[in-house]
Ligand binder design. Structure first.
Ligand SMILES: Cc1ncc(COP(=O)(O)O)c(C=O)c1O
Length: 416
């Protein structure tokens, strides 16, 4: 007799669904489709030669360590390098504050496991990163969503939600996925003060912070928390857990990210990670260290900024020339995405279908809302890092035609 596996699944996995984006990417991967749907870095900027050379060196000089089990905390020289790098942004972390993870996605999962009991509330922005919702859902999270605007999370709306006692807040201050917005400096100060006032910790997710194409770097929440409230010299008392990754600065296939947290939190996360995967690949950590060292990563990030900055400009320019004035979009100062707002009466799902007929794709906004209220139906996300500028221009032209077609057919329906 064969087992009815479904009836044996644990309660916690019943609410897990396959990511809507992954399903959608399957449709949009047809070669004739110009896809702005995925959040993919451009493969043409992967530093392939440097990786080849680094693999060779690691295997020639360090193969026995690289191919052996390693420490759960991560490869020590890499943790030290990350700590040094963070100190440039005034994040006073030591290697002991850094846990290497298998991508930031694992960091989100480990944090969910560490902090969430079924039914616990997580305060998130509306919209927010879909992958975080997927990670937290597995631990039975419920959500309190707070609106954001062009300056990020609307901190003036926070207090009633903080009074509901969320376990923590999950916030993306830089070049938000999906909104492309940046949390203003004033709101950053307000956010850490309110977090402190209500005793609610912050998980600050920052995969894109280095990819700024215009404007000045803004202080991370983890820095403002220390400077405004702790007045300690290091990273022992903080109210903020900080996450980042090599996915957007080196390559996402490495699956290499990190958590920065007070040492006692790191110690607990280490125990949890042991149960998940023992440690992140030693070989990949050593190779990535070889690639990143001696200033290469800094130089490479400059190249990425140049390439993606030009693609962002190509998209903004094409939107200006091809989209009707009823449609609005954000102006991202960095990162990979911008967020389009349709007139309230226009429906994103039917636009998506029309766009696919024109062989162009995006991600409809509703998947990015933890507490769906219909608002997502008027938004969509566009990625500008993956496609070359000529294809960006052509894709936005097609999308503009699809938008106009929808608008006109709507007017026609209203008129009839
Ligand atoms: C906001 C955010 N957090 C985390 C991740 C996951 O990144 P990683 O590839 O490091 O797992 C992404 C990936 O797109 C992201 O946009």
């Amino acid at each position: 007799m064969s087992t009815a596996w479904k009836s044996r699944y644990a309660q916690r996995v019943k609410q897990i669904k396959s990511s809507a984006i992954r399903e959608l990417l399957k449709i949009t991967q047809r070669p004739e489709v110009i896809s702005f749907a995925g959040g993919l870095p451009a493969p043409d900027v992967f530093p392939v030669d440097r990786f080849q050379e680094a693999c060779r060196r690691v295997l020639e000089y360090n193969a026995h360590t690289a191919l052996q089990y390693g420490a759960t905390e991560g490869y020590e020289p890499l943790r030290e390098m990350i700590a040094r790098h963070l100190s440039r942004y005034s994040i006073r972390a030591k290697a002991e504050n850094v846990l290497i993870t298998s991508g930031s996605q694992q960091a989100l999962d480990l944090i969910g496991k560490l902090l969430l009991n079924p039914g616990d509330k997580v305060l998130v922005e509306a919209p927010t990163y879909l992958g975080a919702l997927q990670a937290f859902n597995a631990y039975g999270a419920e959500y309190v969503s707070v609106q954001s605007d062009n300056d990020g999370l609307r901190t003036e709306l926070l207090e009633p939600s903080l009074r509901l006692g969320p376990k923590f807040m999950y916030v993306l201050p830089n070049f938000h996925n999906p909104a492309g917005t940046t949390l203003s400096e004033g709101r950053r100060h307000e956010l850490v003060l309110l977090a402190d006032k209500y005793g609610i910790p912050i998980v600050e997710d920052d995969p894109y912070g280095q990819l700024r194409y215009e404007g000045e770097h803004l202080p991370p929440l983890v820095v403002l928390d220390r400077e405004n409230l702790r007045r300690d010299d290091g990273y022992s008392l903080g109210n903020v857990i900080y996450l980042s990754t090599f996915s957007k600065t080196l390559a996402p296939g490495l699956r290499l990210g990190w958590i920065v947290a007070p040492p006692d939190v790191i110690a607990k996360l280490v125990q949890i990670k042991q149960g998940a995967d023992l440690h992140t690949s030693t070989f990949i950590q050593m190779v990535s260290y070889e690639v990143a060292k001696e200033g290469f990563l800094d130089e490479h990030v400059k190249l990425i900024r140049k390439v993606y900055g030009a693609r962002r400009d190509a998209m903004l320019d094409a939107l200006k020339h091809n989209f009707p004035s009823e449609v609005k979009w954000t102006h991202p100062q960095g990162g990979l995405f911008l967020w389009v707002t349709l007139p309230a009466s226009m429906d994103c799902q039917s636009l998506f279908e029309e766009a696919l007929k024109q062989n162009v794709a995006f991600v409809p906004g509703d998947v990015f809302y933890a507490s769906p209220n219909g608002e997502g139906g008027h938004h969509f996300r566009l990625n500008f890092s993956y496609m070359q500028p000529e294809l960006i221009r052509e894709g936005i032209k097609r999308l503009g035609a699809a938008v106009k077609h929808q608008l006109h057919s709507r007017h026609a329906v209203h008129a009839s």
